[in-house]
Write a protein that binds this ligand. Structure first.
Ligand SMILES: *[C@@H]1O[C@H](CO)[C@@H](O)[C@H](O)[C@H]1NC(C)=O
Ligand SMILES: *[C@@H]1O[C@H](CO)[C@@H](O)[C@H](O)[C@H]1NC(C)=O
Ligand SMILES: *[C@@H]1O[C@H](CO)[C@@H](O)[C@H](O)[C@H]1NC(C)=O
Ligand SMILES: *[C@@H]1O[C@H](CO)[C@@H](O)[C@H](O)[C@H]1NC(C)=O
Ligand SMILES: [Ca+2]
Length: 422
């Protein structure tokens, strides 16, 4: 798909059509629309302000070389550009297209794109709707005002193209009621994703987080995003960007990754993590993947700084974390094993651990301190198992043994293929 524009008289007038070839004989049609004061003209007056110089630049950029000699085209120039993503004036992501196309597809124009030839079309929708537009924002009823009511609010996401394999959800805003205080189960509000691979329901505060949903191959049932709200009044606010990811792209997440991070360093947080107000969610079971960057052979994890609490709560999965709790490791059923809730870090070992213990490594880590050894002292933890992946699991119970756990926040840094890392 693409947008083609006919530029007349060095850009003083522009006529754009989505995906439609403009021939010389289209000119009469253009002339007609001009004569009748066609809908295009008023919408493109920014072209008039931009004037001569910009248009000259555009000619160099877009003018197909084969047409350069044509005397006809010295007056009439055809420019094309892809229907790609664009940034709207509001900062939202949109799709570049003509004003007419944007209106007919149910979007709203928000700023210019493609050097002023296209409009950035933003798609925003709320409860009980469906979308097949890429980069649609799913917002709460009444957005940007919060929604205090209860009920169910659903968006069906239909593939924009059969060749879409994944749906990425970006939680630009995500604030619904958190889990109950005893067992941390989301029983008041819930965000549920269905129709794709199994995804745990979440609740609470998740702004800045993301999820990948496997949409399957071919055209199958839509993926449904549902907010169920119940119980006490709560100022619920959400705005989720829904991006459709084609199968054969480099930015597609690996199979089985609910979360997928790229880059040499970054930060991983469990859902509803917050050192003070967060509570680790029960009934979680998912993979977190970090793309192996070129020439990196290992990955090191360190608990985030907790600047609020006296004792860091950046990794509190098990025990009563109102008191200091040591790290726990391994999959046995002993007091210092991780039988119920854990973060699985494949063959994890503390950084700087003295030989020969270096040869030993553990997989599950839990407790109230982040370390691959039993310890009250937090440590950086290294894993060289590839691909880089973590699994997070919680059961449906906290009380009475587990109290006030927040979940985890870890910073990761990939380690170069030196120092015996292969
Ligand atoms: C737009 O592009 C599609 C796919 O490339 C094509 O099937 C369709 O005929 C085109 N429409 C027009 C009006 O050119
Ligand atoms: C959706 O938009 C994103 C970002 O612009 C882009 O990478 C992706 O290829 C688009 N998906 C489809 C199906 O066009
Ligand atoms: C979407 O918007 C963000 C923030 O404005 C920007 O960083 C990102 O590149 C945009 N994506 C596309 C495909 O335009
Ligand atoms: C912080 O912890 C230390 C050691 O456990 C304790 O001595 C101190 O009183 C605590 N401070 C606060 C403000 O709780
Ligand atoms: Ca638990």
């Amino acid at each position: 798909m693409g947008l083609k524009c006919l530029v007349i008289l060095f850009g003083l007038l522009k006529f754009c059509e989505l995906n439609e070839t403009i021939h010389r004989d289209t000119l009469s049609r253009v002339a007609n629309s001009k004569a009748t004061g066609g809908i295009y003209l008023t919408k493109w007056n920014r072209g008039l302000e931009r004037g001569h110089q910009d248009t000259k630049k555009l000619e160099h950029r877009f003018w197909p070389p084969v047409q350069r000699d044509s005397r006809f085209l010295s007056l009439f120039t055809v420019v094309t550009f892809p229907n790609g993503g664009c940034a709207g004036a509001s900062g939202d992501n949109g799709t570049c297209m003509t004003a007419r196309e944007c209106t007919s597809r149910g979007g709203s124009a928000n700023g210019y794109c493609a050097n002023g030839f296209g409009l950035c079309c933003i798609f925003m929708t709320s409860c009980d709707s469906s979308t097949s537009e890429n980069s649609t924002y799913f917002v709460n009823s009444g957005y940007p005002a919060p929604y205090e009511g209860t009920g169910s609010c659903e968006l069906s996401v239909i593939k924009a193209h059969p060749d879409v394999c994944q749906i990425r959800l970006d939680f630009d805003r995500f604030s619904i009621a958190g889990p109950e205080q005893v067992n941390h189960v989301c029983n008041q509000d819930q965000f549920i994703v269905s129709g794709g691979n199994p995804i745990p329901a979440i609740c609470g505060s998740n702004q800045g987080s993301h999820m990948y949903v496997d949409a399957g191959i071919g055209t199958i049932n839509p993926v449904k995003l549902t907010f169920v709200t119940s119980g006490n009044p709560f100022e619920r606010l959400w705005k989720i960007k829904v991006t459709q990811i084609p199968c054969n792209t480099i930015y597609r997440a690996d199979e089985g990754c609910l979360q997928y991070y790229t880059g040499v360093s970054g930060q991983l947080r469990s859902f509803n993590y917050h050192p003070v107000t967060g509570l680790q969610l029960s009934n979680q079971d998912y993979g977190i993947c970090i793309r192996m960057e070129r020439n990196f052979c290992g990955i090191q994890y360190t608990a985030c700084a907790d600047t609020v609490n006296n004792r860091s709560r950046a990794f509190t999965l098990t025990g009563n974390s109102n008191n200091p709790v040591n790290s726990m490791i391994g999959s046995g059923s002993g007091a210092n094993n991780c039988a119920n809730d854990w973060l699985l870090v494949p063959c994890a070992a503390n950084v700087g651990r003295l030989q020969p213990a270096q040869a030993l490594c553990t997989d599950r880590i839990c407790g109230g301190t982040f370390s691959a050894d039993l310890s009250m002292q937090s440590s950086s933890v290294l894993s060289t198992v590839k691909p880089f992946r973590l699994w997070f699991h919680t059961d449906n119970t906290e009380a009475p043994a587990d109290i006030g756990n927040r979940g985890f926040c870890l910073n990761y840094i990939q380690q170069p293929c030196t120092n015996n890392l292969i």
